[in-house]
Write a protein that binds this ligand. Structure first.
Ligand SMILES: CC(C)(COP(=O)(O)OP(=O)(O)OC[C@H]1O[C@@H](n2cnc3c(N)ncnc32)[C@H](O)[C@@H]1OP(=O)(O)O)[C@@H](O)C(=O)NCCC(=O)NCCS
Length: 193
């Protein structure tokens, strides 16, 4: 080290120590947006690379849009219920979803049926207009990929397991699972209000 080198090094440290607290607040408003912009660009590159890997995957907002087949006037959903992208078939009855009931994704709730004693063109249109109502009771959780066939009533606070096929009434506070769904568990009632 030369004397000049030591002097320059010392000067640099002094300037750095004194200048940093003064300059940092002044530069922050200029530098922060640049850093944020760079991070955002990098993140969107990563996201679009993944989107390119799976161009067939629809945007997530489709997971929150229910599909209704038939007369919407026959569908009664409490405003507190969550139905995600359920399919409601109203061909042969009314569907009621009560307070705080909620669904996973890809739940089908089907009142419609065809008269299987008929054939060909007749079978295609042999659809009763009523008689297969479905009620999904208060607080019921219908898990992802479950199918509910009418007529049935799913009692309050019951749980329908993922992928289950409900073909009849479910008692309140009962967990049902399987294909067709059978009771697998009983739940304690909620504490009295
Ligand atoms: C219904 C559910 C909540 C029950 O969970 P749990 O109380 O922990 O139940 P357990 O794991 O103790 O299972 C109880 C019995 O039911 C069976 N079972 C549980 N879920 C099942 C399913 N989806 N299909 C078939 N059988 C199932 C278990 O094998 C077990 O049978 P066993 O007693 O013969 O061993 C859970 O299994 C489930 O299906 N969750 C849905 C997840 C989902 O859809 N998430 C998306 C977000 S909404």
């Amino acid at each position: 080290m030369t004397l000049l080198g030591d002097a320059v090094g010392l000067l640099g440290r002094v300037v750095g120590t004194v200048a940093r607290p003064v300059l940092a607040p002044l530069l922050a408003p200029l530098v922060t947006p640049l850093v944020e912009q760079e991070v955002s660009t990098q993140v969107s590159h990563v996201v679009s690379e993944h989107a390119a890997d799976a161009p067939h995957v629809p945007p997530n907002d489709l997971l929150e849009h229910a599909m209704v087949y038939g007369d919407r006037a026959k569908l009664h959903i409490d405003p507190t219920a969550v139905i995600n992208n359920a399919l409601f078939n109203l061909s042969s009855g009314e569907i009621t979803v009560e307070r705080y009931a909620f669904f996973g994704h890809n739940v089908s709730v089907l009142t419609g049926t065809h008269d299987i004693t008929t054939f060909d063109a007749e079978r295609q249109v042999a659809v009763p207009k009523s008689g297969r109502d479905i009620v999904i009771g208060r607080g019921v959780w219908v898990s992802s990929n479950a199918t509910v066939l009418g007529p049935c009533r799913i009692g309050e606070h019951a749980v329908v397991a993922a992928g289950a096929l409900v073909t009849g009434d479910v008692d309140p506070l009962t967990v049902v699972a399987g294909f067709p769904a059978k009771p697998v568990k009983k739940l304690d009632p909620p504490p009295a209000a």
